[in-house]
Write a protein that binds this ligand. Sequence first.
Ligand SMILES: C[S@@+](CC[C@H](N)C(=O)[O-])C[C@H]1O[C@@H](n2cnc3c(N)ncnc32)[C@H](O)[C@@H]1O
Length: 294
Amino acid sequence: VSGTREMHDQDAFKAGQRALWDASAAAWDKWHDELEAWFAPVNARLLDDADVGPGKRVLDLGTGYGEPALSAVARVGEEGEVVGIDLSQAMLEVARRRAGERANVTFTAGDVETMDLPSGFDAAVSRLGLMFVVDQVATLGAIRAALVPGGILALAAWGPADRHLISQGLAPLIESLDLPEPPADSPTPFSMSDPDRLTATLEAAGFVDVSITEIVVPVLYASTEAFVRFNLDALPSGLLTAIAEKYGAADSPEAWDLVAERVRPHLQPDGTLALPSLALCARAQNPAAGEALG
Ligand SMILES: C[S@@+](CC[C@H](N)C(=O)[O-])C[C@H]1O[C@@H](n2cnc3c(N)ncnc32)[C@H](O)[C@@H]1O
């Protein structure tokens, strides 16, 4: 019985994830240029760590609107190939549109946790996509099996919540809503935020030579109002409904003044709002052929 309940919980979680990311695809598309400016150092790190270069075959897990897949395409050239996988069809539609006529990239809908992954990749990358899987060791093991011997996984995940100034800024508003706690074991954006645990998880999945680098994502909004607009575009609809129910409207000044007050220390002299947030970039290797699994 408990197995059946776990299955239902997981199905419900995945359905929720799919709906959440489908609903936020338009916002990610709209804010693409800002997001890509912030995440440029993470993309560079992931593609360097994974040794993505001409002729390589690269798998991108949780590619969303197509990053870092599309940045990888520019590196692998016509002889290489990039495959992006995501749970959300709406995100993938944006990715496909952004890919345009490029022939060496394909985007496939699927749950990285349960699908049969294609194989034979030199590198796997993921930017903020793998924190949302339920069974990290099993999923990372399947990703390892999709790599050639000696192939590299480079993934980025958010670091600890207290170093994530975006969510710190939202905290007083979210806390004021008295929302029910999600189940303790359900994945969150911070499910890979402990470097020691992430290292142990990658090793348990059979990877070797694991290293983790901290990168501060230089999140910068044009103003506090821009931060509010971003959240009104991108927050899950359930959260916006809860704000509307408590404050009369999702964009209620009373609600967002709580946020403006919290982020005020991060306002820059030119009026921009800097909310630097820590990401962990992990690099791990599939053992080379003949290398003993430790
Ligand atoms: C924070 S977004 C990151 C998207 C993109 N990599 C980027 O950095 O712009 C997380 C993405 O992971 C996807 N995702 C979450 N769980 C997944 C799963 N189990 N399998 C495939 N994709 C998943 C979501 O649909 C979403 O597009």
